[in-house]
Design a protein around this ligand. Structure first.
Ligand SMILES: Cc1cc2nc3c(=O)[nH]c(=O)nc-3n(C[C@H](O)[C@H](O)[C@H](O)COP(=O)(O)OP(=O)(O)OC[C@H]3O[C@@H](n4cnc5c(N)ncnc54)[C@H](O)[C@@H]3O)c2cc1C
Ligand SMILES: *[C@@H]1O[C@H](CO)[C@@H](O)[C@H](O)[C@H]1NC(C)=O
Length: 489
């Protein structure tokens, strides 16, 4: 192993990538006293405020993301999520106390970042195994926040506590006598994602210890290495920046930048549709139905999707309406790949994000439509405002990858979000800084560099031969949605 760098508060630390991994890392570096932090991203986040409709992309740029501690008994992740929640609440309070004039234009003291509206995890045929494990693994002290929808007593308890019936049966399946089971988890909810990133960037700017380099020209082009040390980075505009430590947090682009991660990470995508509600004044009923006061974050049959089967609709989730009147529904039963690059040795193909498509595979559209036909038919009548593939970075075991790159003294990778990283924005960077400083914790071990397992490895074993490659899909746009497309598409 290479010698780790000896860092001091003035050491120059470069972070490449300003998604949640990069942002949280910078935040916790400042908390530990580092004062010379430089963040690079080729997207102009200071101008577009991480907003998708202004062209921002990357997993962290999104309307909203689910915040939950339901990890099927994976205690370290569960604990980390419960640790993040109070910080989300604290951020809400700090934002609410801010003056509008002191905030970036995308933020408003009236609009919270984190919304504790509850998460209803449903399935058709009894509780899924992961849900049973989640319920068994949750601490005694929060049992009262869990409401099993098939337990008449718990449903009565919920109603007595003032939780609207619509949060337990938002699709009226119980009322219609359709099969359904699941749990309403009132510890959970969602964050307004792009706004939360903008908030952290705002906190970073206020520290005075962080310089940002955003926009075209500021992409990482190459790393210069002397012996076992990275001495500088060169950007796409050709400028060179020396560094004592470089942290690469480039989400789905990471495998194409750090070759040794190629076997451990795979770039894949989820299919996301955003339905635009009509103005509140013309359809107050819909705004009320989908408001977080009445409607929970939900998921449906997360464990039982069968490709191309009419009987096994699953792998779907959705969220309450955003302040802009958008209701998001998404499919992650199959994560799509696009093997358009080569691995560093030129021998095999490498999946790489494709962010310019206003389309999703027909299979994703089929699943989302058929779910909505049965459960949310009113959404089908409305136009879509966005159709999008959102790019994950899956790791071989679905755990994050945060470690020094083997045989390089001062290069750290922080990635492998695997579709569940966002909720940890307030706390994740603490683990990254522990890694940087060479501390040994349960988390640094969980996220450490690992051997590639043989056999099944979170879908990565399928590679370019798998059925999930985009090249094998028929791609469809909003015309396949009954309500068609809105003016924005
Ligand atoms: C569809 C979808 C739904 C999800 N839902 C949830 C959820 O509900 N709850 C949850 O907790 N998590 C969720 N996640 C996971 C979460 O969004 C990710 O784990 C997290 O956002 C990953 O952050 P990141 O910083 O690794 O990557 P990204 O946000 O993708 O950021 C990477 C950044 O690197 C930059 N970059 C790339 N190449 C270069 C270069 N050469 N030079 C400079 N910069 C570069 C990019 O511009 C980008 O800004 C979801 C993910 C997806 C895709
Ligand atoms: C990548 O995706 C595009 C868009 O769907 C598709 O046309 C192309 O064939 C894909 N490439 C591969 C190698 O799958």
């Amino acid at each position: 192993m290479a010698n780790k760098p000896n860092l001091s508060p003035d050491s120059k630390i470069i972070i490449v990538g300003a998604g949640i991994f990069g942002l949280s890392t910078a935040l916790h570096l400042t908390k530990r006293g580092y004062k010379n932090i430089h963040i690079f991203d080729r997207q102009p986040f200071d101008k577009n405020h991480y907003a998708e409709d202004l062209g921002a992309h990357g997993a962290s740029c999104d309307l909203n993301k689910i915040i939950r501690a339901s990890y099927g008994g994976e205690k370290l992740y569960q604990d980390l999520a419960f640790k993040a929640m109070p910080v989300w609440t604290q951020w809400n309070d700090e934002l609410a106390r801010s003056e509008k004039a002191d905030l970036p234009e995308a933020l408003d003291p009236e609009i919270k970042l984190w919304h504790n509206c509850g998460f209803l995890r449903l399935s058709r045929d009894g509780l899924e195994r992961k849900e049973r494990e989640t319920q068994e693994g949750f601490p005694e002290g929060i049992r009262h926040t869990q409401f099993r929808v098939s337990d008449a007593q718990r449903v009565r308890d919920a109603v007595r506590e003032g939780i609207p019936k619509t949060k337990i049966d938002p699709f009226r399946r119980g009322e219609r006598g359709l099969p359904v089971d699941g749990v309403l988890d009132m510890t959970a909810g969602f964050a307004l994602a792009s706004r939360a990133c903008t908030w952290v960037l705002h906190l970073l700017k206020k520290t005075g210890s962080v310089t940002t380099y955003f926009g075209e020209g500021n992409g990482l082009e190459s790393l210069t290495q002397t012996g076992d040390k990275i001495t500088s980075i060169t950007t796409s505009s050709g400028s060179t920046h020396p560094a004592d430590l470089v942290i690469v947090a480039c989400g789905g682009w990471t495998p194409s930048l750090i070759p040794s991660t190629e076997p451990l990470l795979e770039t894949t995508s989820g299919s996301v549709l955003a339905v635009q509600l009509p103005p509140k004044t013309s359809r107050p009923d819909l705004w009320s139905k989908y408001s977080e006061d009445n409607f929970p974050v939900w998921s449906w049959n997360m464990a039982s999707y069968t490709p191309h089967s009419a009987d096994h609709i699953g792998g779907l989730y959705g969220l309450p309406v955003t302040p802009e009147g958008v209701v998001k529904v998404a499919f992650r039963g199959a994560k799509w790949t696009n093997y358009t690059r080569k691995t560093s040795d030129g021998k095999t193909a490498l999946s790489y994000p494709r962010t310019d498509l206003d389309k999703v595979p027909a299979e994703a559209m089929r699943v989302l439509r058929s779910f909505c036909e049965e459960n949310l038919p009113d959404l089908l009548e409305l136009p879509l405002s966005t159709i999008r593939l959102c790019w994950y970075t899956d790791s071989v075991d679905n755990s994050f990858l945060i470690d020094y790159v083997p045989d390089v003294a001062n290069l750290v990778v922080a990635s492998g979000g695997s579709g569940h990283g966002f909720k940890f924005l307030p706390v994740l960077g603490e683990c990254v800084v522990d890694v940087v400083e060479g501390r040994d914790t349960e988390y640094t071990r969980l996220f450490s560099w690992r051997d590639v397992p043989s056999g099944k490895r979170n879908g990565l074993e399928e590679g370019p031969e798998g059925w999930r490659v985009l090249g094998k899909q028929r791609l469809v746009g909003g015309r396949e949605w009954k309500g068609g497309v809105g003016s924005k598409l």
